[in-house]
Design a protein around this ligand. Structure first.
Ligand code: DAK
Length: 259
């Protein structure tokens, strides 16, 4: 398959690397990229030869710096809610439910939708340069791709509240302390460590791994994701949302009014 925004490369017989390749926009997720990631992951999932996938961002700066603000600022509330559901199914839930394990190699900023994608992956490994956060409220919106649910699942409700309400980024060390990533590596060693982890997984039974993923996922309910989509749509209808996204594009601080 040919992709405009991805580089797909097999690192060995059973291991595939998918690199998100929009470095000038810090790999921000637009609709085309979400669709392409789904297609590339589906291709890997359906290929019995592929036993693990590594996801990484291109360039030196970012894994994914969030959803593409310049694209989503023009969506209506209905589109917001609909796209939140669609995106969740197409990419974020899809990744989480894949039987082929997905490792997020977080090589820089993982913000908003970018962190949400890493949260949906089965394993997260971060370079010491990585910075992670859910800054949506600084734009007048809330995490809409499962972040309100999965962040709390990974690091607990209190820390998730703090990260989401402040919108602040944390560095890789703190992410490790929180249990958000399982390892922190020197920047240049990140891919090697991700490959070692994939190799450890690939020694095991692929069918048992797929069953283990299903069993682990079955512990977590789905209702909160629907609530998140609905509230995400509501946030799109506010003046704060217009102000927050416009301020980002105009490179200034937002003036929120609560309306
Ligand atoms: N979207 C679009 N462009 C982005 C971007 C983004 N998320 N992040 C960076 N860029 C662009 C910048 O605009 C800039 O473009 P030019 O000005 O050069 O044209 C270029 O990438 C380089 O960025 P900077 O010049 O800002 O680089 P710095 O090193 O100074 O700063 C930064 C790096 C990561 C701290 C900064 O770029 C930044 O704060 N970026 C935005 C982070 C952020 O707020 N991300 C979005 C979170 S909200 C949805 C569901 C879910 C969501 C949305 C919709 N639907 C269902 C519809 C989720 C939303 C989010 O992810």
């Amino acid at each position: 398959m040919k992709f405009n925004n991805l580089i797909v490369k097999d690192l060995s017989e059973h291991l595939r690397l998918i690199t998100i390749n929009r470095p000038r926009q810090l790999n921000a997720l637009n609709r085309e990229l979400i669709r392409e990631l789904h297609d590339a992951l589906e291709e890997a999932e359906k290929d019995p030869g592929i036993r693990a996938v590594i996801l990484m961002g291109s360039g030196d700066k970012a894994f994914i710096a969030g959803a593409d603000i310049k694209e989503f600022m023009h969506f209506t509330p209905e589109e917001g809610e609909q796209l939140s559901r669609e995106g969740q199914q197409l990419l974020f839930d899809y990744v989480e439910q894949m039987g082929t394990p997905v490792i997020a190699a977080i090589n820089g900023y993982a913000l908003g939708g970018g962190l949400e994608l890493a949260l949906a992956a089965h394993i997260r490994i971060a370079s010491e340069k990585a910075r992670m956060g859910l800054p949506e409220v600084s734009l007048g919106v809330i995490p809409g791709y499962g972040g309100t649910q999965r962040l709390a699942q990974h690091i607990g409700k209190g820390r998730a509240m703090e990260m989401i309400l402040t919108g602040k980024m944390i560095d890789a060390r703190r992410a490790y302390d929180y249990g958000l990533v399982s390892e922190v590596t020197p920047h240049e060693k990140l891919l090697d460590v991700a490959v070692e982890t994939a190799e450890a997984i690939m020694k095991n039974s692929p069918s048992a791994i797929a069953l283990a993923i299903r069993a682990i996922n079955s512990a977590y309910g789905r209702d909160g994701f629907k609530v998140e989509s609905r509230l995400f749509g509501q946030a799109f209808a506010t003046e704060d949302f217009k102000e927050g996204t416009t301020a980002f594009v105009e490179k200034r601080k937002p003036r929120f009014t609560g309306k």
